[in-house]
Design a protein around this ligand. Structure first.
Ligand code: 7TS
Length: 423
């Protein structure tokens, strides 16, 4: 089968991308077989969190039933097995991100904790009163509030790259906002509320020209697009395991070695030290310096299994499939004149935010739920995006590689139901 035109429209994809076999893939996800309110589940809330393939469930089960033990400290066999599996998971993350070294991969709880770590540690070490941090109008609260917290502590100023009504950043404004006062840039790669893909590679290049480090919030991009640390050249990159078909409670911070080495610890405790006395403590080397206490051992192993799983499908094939779903869903919902799509950026990934007339998004979500369709309604932890667009909330369907066009047809028919109820 030749990939369709729309599949080829995904930036960075070539004609050799082999389409994925969605019906075979669905067999790997036990939860997708279940019914909700007597209807087959149509799970379209993938931007909130994603479902887990059997391979991840098996890896968790095996970790707990086969070789579970605490890591980095035991001389006994089980501890060595668990340590090896945990560090192998770190290697898988490093390869997935095309990072230079495992030292650059810190395990955290989630994307949120990864950003808090950087804001707190980098902020304490390198930011001074009057310095400016530049973020964008498209950020999730996780890439706003940590900067406000350190900002208040240190007297920093938060500046915001504006966006247009389509949900695209004003890229002409951006270089003008990079001044001698700008000391850090933090950008979402893919907007969870609108689906906009930001041109972060070029934005990183422009910041670097002025010697300014950049953090990329990859919570939405890492599960859906190919991401490459050496190509992007960002200083920091964060994502959550649970959005990448892995377990909850495990996240990743990628940081360039030159920064992680110079940054102070985020939390103190076991494992992050080299030597402790009451007078003075010597910290462990990176990444362990940032991993205080017993980590989510099985979570990291489960994330490693999730990475193996998505890499076997191929990130290009995943991006192409989801792009096709987005285009199809856009057509399907556009049949209804009452539907207004919120977020119409030219470069968009599998997120479709919409409104139906004056109907409250929560009512849309409730009626869709009765049809077995799970979507998200609300501000999506991106209240400034909603404020900018002058709306309190949207209904949001977000896609993953296991979704089908038939499911989008069901979404369309459910929207029809909403219209009938409110007519
Ligand atoms: N950054 C972005 C862009 C996100 O979409 C999210 C979560 C986060 C950070 C935080 O991720 P966490 O795993 O640390 O919570 N976004 C969403 C969402 O869109 N609906 O629920 C969570």
């Amino acid at each position: 089968m030749v990939p369709s035109e729309s599949a080829l429209a995904v930036p960075g994809l070539d004609a050799n991308t082999i389409p994925l076999d969605v019906y075979r893939i669905r067999e790997d996800f036990p939860i997708l077989k279940r019914e909700v309110h007597g209807k087959p589940l149509v799970y379209l809330d993938n931007a909130a969190t994603t479902q887990k393939p059997q391979a991840v469930l098996d890896a968790l089960m095996e970790a707990y039933s086969g070789y579970y033990s605490n890591i980095h400290r035991g001389v006994h066999w089980l501890s060595q097995q668990a340590t090896t599996a945990h560090e192998q998971a770190r290697r898988k993350v490093k390869e997935f991100l095309n990072a230079r070294h495992e030292r650059e991969i810190v395990f955290t709880r989630n994307a949120t904790e990864s950003i808090n770590l950087v804001a707190s540690s980098y902020g304490r070490a390198f930011l001074r009163e009057g310095d400016e941090i530049l973020i964008s109008a498209l950020e999730h609260h996780a890439n706003i509030v940590p900067w406000q917290l350190i900002g208040e502590e240190k007297g920093l100023k938060l500046r915001v790259i504006p966006m247009n009504d389509a949900g695209e950043l004003l890229l002409d404004e951006y270089p003008r906002m990079l001044t001698e006062k700008t000391k850090f840039v933090a950008l979402s790669h893919l907007s969870n509320a609108l689906g906009t893909i930001n041109p972060v590679k070029e934005m990183i290049r422009q910041a670097h020209e002025r010697g300014i480090p950049v953090l990329v919030d990859g919570a939405q991009s890492a599960p859906h697009l190919k991401v490459d640390m050496r190509d992007l050249d960002c200083d920091f990159f964060v994502f959550s395991g649970h959005k990448l078909f892995g377990p909850t409670g495990i996240g990743v911070l990628f940081g360039k070695e030159k920064w992680l080495d110079r940054m102070p610890p985020y939390q103190g405790g076991g494992d992050m030290i080299h030597y402790v006395s009451f007078e003075k403590t010597y910290f462990n080397e990176i990444p362990y310096k940032f991993e205080a206490g017993t980590p989510h051992i099985a979570g990291a192993i489960g994330l490693g299994a999730a990475i193996d799983y998505v890499r076997a499908i191929g990130m290009d094939a995943i991006a192409a499939h989801e792009h096709e779903l987005l285009e199809y869903a856009t057509q399907v919902v556009s049949q209804y004149p009452e539907v207004r799509i919120v977020g119409t950026a030219k470069n968009k990934a599998g997120v479709l935010s919409f409104l139906i007339g004056e109907i409250h998004p929560h009512d849309i979500g409730t009626i869709l739920d009765q049809e077995g369709v799970a979507i998200r309604t609300g501000h999506h932890c991106a209240q400034p995006v909603m404020d900018r667009l002058g709306i309190p909330a949207t209904a949001r369907a977000s896609f993953a590689f296991y979704n089908t066009k038939e499911e989008i047809d069901i979404l369309g028919k459910s929207i029809q139901k909403v219209l009938e109820v409110f007519r």
